[in-house]
Design a protein around this ligand. Structure first.
Ligand SMILES: *[C@@H]1O[C@H](CO)[C@@H](O)[C@H](O)[C@H]1NC(C)=O
Ligand SMILES: *[C@@H]1O[C@H](CO)[C@@H](O)[C@H](O)[C@H]1NC(C)=O
Ligand SMILES: *[C@@H]1O[C@H](CO)[C@@H](O)[C@H](O)[C@H]1NC(C)=O
Length: 401
């Protein structure tokens, strides 16, 4: 509007400046013509102004639109950017928190379970030790000091085998098991009958329903306990009176995987009896050839406890238990001297330092078996076809602290 008014003022100025004085305006046609030209010029100018103004307006609007849009876009961009940044930050923080919580939870769980396990383990160990002390109480406190004498009771041609009396019940019978795999047991009325085959009555022949493996058999309260041939670790409890299988068990803990003693090539499980009851001496679960000792409950055939001993199978030929102490007999290369070179006390009282050198009388071959009988407190052994009794020298164990 301002531009229009200025344009009109401009036109009036122009007219007053250039038009001749009225007295000179003799030609009205000329004046009209000029006037018309001015009008056309003025209209053109007006149109141009109008168009320019519209164009400017449009442009302003457009630039305004663009700037609005740009602004909006910028706002969006920055909003979006900050939202993304914010989100990333939150994700990161959340991740850190989760990690931390996880760490706390794990640490807590670990500490808690470790503490708990340790406490439980200690309690269990204490209870187990108490149980073992009750199991192997101090009613028996002898330890071996030496081999007093050797008596050859009988001579046969058989390299391997075992012989024994009942380790517990008051019976005079002698059992004779020839070879390392068989099912024939000879029962002699007494030691005299065993020594002199000609003595009447002759031995009673018992055919077992299963064959035995090795030379680790024992007779305990009228039952023959033996490793069943063809099985890795089955122990059969055989009723000698009724001549029937009374019960059987699988000895676990790696029993039967390897020979018990290097120089006794058929014995995978060696049974033993001492003042505390029935035991099994056998190989362990690993490949390391250390002897494992397992206490067996003879009535239920439950395994009461197992001990990993430091005694090696290498160069060993036989072992026996006396008052809860394992004595392992070694001989280098299977020939003499035969010597107790490893002792393991289940109650930890006796150690090898307490012991003198325990040598057996010199023999040419290694022993097929050596078993202690707690009833007559002597060793029953088989060596090179000879059935031998070793009489023992013992002393009292030092009392437990
Ligand atoms: C500006 O924006 C308005 C509404 O958003 C639209 O009607 C108009 O045509 C736009 N002007 C230009 C020049 O883009
Ligand atoms: C010790 O053990 C023997 C045989 O195992 C048993 O007869 C005796 O009663 C036990 N004594 C104690 C005090 O536990
Ligand atoms: C089992 O022992 C008997 C005698 O005790 C013997 O005659 C028999 O040949 C043995 N059997 C085997 C398979 O060694």
């Amino acid at each position: 509007m301002l531009a229009l008014r200025q344009a009109s003022a401009f036109r009036v100025l122009l007219l007053t400046a250039f038009l001749p004085p009225l007295q000179w305006a003799q030609d009205p046609a000329m004046v009209h013509y000029i006037y018309q030209r001015f009008r056309i010029l003025e209209q053109g100018l007006q149109k141009c102004t109008q168009a320019t103004r519209e164009y400017i307006q449009d442009f302003q609007e457009f630039s305004k639109n663009i700037s609005v849009m740009l602004g909006r876009c910028q706002t969006y961009t920055s909003e979006y950017k900050s939202a993304v940044d914010n989100l990333a930050l939150r994700v990161e923080r959340a991740q850190r928190e989760i990690d931390y919580l996880e760490y706390l939870r794990e640490a807590d769980a670990c500490v808690e379970s470790e503490d708990k396990m340790l406490a439980e383990k200690l309690v269990q160990e204490a209870e187990e030790e108490k149980r073992i002390r009750t199991l192997l109480n101090a009613s028996c406190d002898n330890m071996l000091m030496g081999i007093k004498s050797l008596k050859i009771v009988k001579k046969t041609m058989d390299i391997d085998g075992s012989w024994m009396k009942d380790a517990v019940s008051d019976s005079s019978k002698v059992y004779f098991l020839i070879g390392s795999r068989n099912n024939t047991v000879w029962e002699f009325a007494n030691i005299r009958a065993f020594m002199e085959d000609s003595t009447k009555p002759g031995p009673r022949k018992l055919l077992l329903t299963h064959s035995w493996q090795g030379t680790g058999q024992v007779v305990y309260k009228g039952f023959l306990f033996f490793h069943s041939q063809g099985t890795r670790n089955e122990i059969i409890k055989y009723n000698l009176q009724k001549r029937t299988v009374e019960d059987r068990m699988l000895l676990s803990g790696g029993a039967g995987r390897a020979l018990v003693y290097q120089h006794s090539p058929s014995t995978f499980i060696d049974l033993a009896v001492d003042e505390h009851g029935l035991w099994a001496i056998h190989s362990g679960p690993g490949i390391q050839s250390h002897l494992v000792l397992t206490k067996i409950e003879p009535d239920t055939l439950g395994m009461e406890h197992s001990w990993d001993t430091p005694c090696r199978s290498q160069d060993a030929e036989a072992a026996f238990l006396l008052c809860g102490v394992l004595y392992v007999v070694y001989s280098s290369g299977g020939h003499g001297p035969h010597r107790i070179a490893c002792v393991y006390d289940t109650l930890g009282t006796v150690s090898e330092e307490n012991l003198p050198n325990l040598f057996f009388p010199r023999r040419l071959r290694s022993h097929s078996m050596i078993h202690y009988n707690p009833r007559d407190k002597q060793l029953y052994a088989w060596n090179d076809g000879n059935q031998i009794i070793y009489k023992l020298q013992t002393k009292r164990k030092e009392p437990l602290e």
